[in-house]
Ligand binder design. Structure first.
Ligand code: PRP
Ligand code: URA
Length: 207
């Protein structure tokens, strides 16, 4: 499935603020939320609509409403920081959670939490995590979502590298990937270069 790089100037400006090492945790969080909101505008472009009859103060009219349940699945922790902005655009969306951390030695994802929502099989599902590095966490979260019955899934991140994109496309070829940047490489510790460091630590002020 396709990789879409959403490189709108306002997103790139905010991403550059986030990359700077001197950016505070507060500014990092605010910019991440705002980027989530801006990206959602593009990601939801194909969301199905239902026609409804309405009455304006002037006349009867036909309108459109979002015609399918929306489920956001943040990968805890860092995915939480991007979810609020997306939910602002679709306030009726439900949130399921997947908790994963990367083992620092093996870089393999370790699962510690998973909580689905109802009607996952009928929903338009976004798995959300700012970082797509080796792709282990993203692939695992999508596997969990599919185990809950999700069929219509997109993966939304902020910074990706080709290695992570390749892993998702190989293991989940049906899942479209959206990112704001495709960075050049991973370093020997599995961090994205230049990236923005440890997203979870920067969002939550840990370390
Ligand atoms: C980060 C990030 C992703 C994962 C990406 O989480 O938020 O979930 O690493 O790396 P991968 O593509 O190589 O799997 P981390 O494990 O640091 O946990 P945290 O969000 O709790 O800080
Ligand atoms: N997880 C992060 O938070 N940052 C990276 O660069 C890679 C994985």
């Amino acid at each position: 499935m396709a990789l879409t790089i959403i490189n709108h100037p306002l997103i790139l400006d905010k991403l550059t603020r986030m990359r700077r090492q001197e950016t505070s945790s507060k500014d990092f969080r605010e910019n991440l939320n705002e980027i989530g909101q801006l990206m959602a505008y593009e990601v939801f472009r194909d969301i199905p609509l239902t026609e409804v009859e309405i009455t304006t103060p002037v006349a009867k009219a036909k309108g459109q409403t979002v015609g399918i349940p929306v489920v956001l699945i943040p990968i805890i922790r860092a995915g939480l920081g991007m979810t609020e902005g997306i939910q602002k655009l679709v306030p009726t969306s439900r949130i399921a959670h997947v908790g994963l951390y990367r083992n620092e030695e093996t870089l393999q994802p370790v699962q510690y939490y998973a909580k689905p929502t109802e009607e996952m099989d009928k929903s338009y599902v976004l798995v959300v995590d700012p970082m797509l590095a080796t792709g282990g966490s993203g692939a695992k979260a999508i596997e969990i979502a599919k185990g809950w019955g999700a069929k219509n899934i997109k993966f939304v991140c902020l910074v990706a590298v080709q290695e992570g994109v390749d892993k998702l496309q190989k293991e989940h070829p049906d899942v479209e990937i959206y990112t704001a940047s495709l960075d050049p490489k991973l370093n020997e510790k599995g961090y994205i270069v230049p990236g923005l460091g440890d997203a979870g630590d920067r969002i939550f002020g840990t370390k």
